[in-house]
Design a protein around this ligand. Sequence first.
Ligand SMILES: [Ca+2]
Ligand SMILES: [Ca+2]
Length: 89
Amino acid sequence: MNVLKSLLLAATVALVATGASAAPNGKFGSADVNKDKALTQAEACAGKTPRICKSFAAIDANKDGAVTRSELRAFKNAKRAARSLPVKP
Ligand SMILES: [Ca+2]
Ligand SMILES: [Ca+2]
């Protein structure tokens, strides 16, 4: 669990560092080249969604190689939840 926690923390730090908050649907939509409502790693890393690219494996909760909007939302919510929890050593 510590690995997951530090992964989440690292992702959070990375996201905060880029200064981006919620990825607007427009970005998700324009990165979704084939319009299947999911981003493959190639789509996510094509330049429009660098945050998703960076945290792709963590966001892709069901490990099917694609990030959906709901996975992205769940990832963001998990981050928010993680931030309100006390940090354990
Ligand atoms: Ca796609
Ligand atoms: Ca997925």
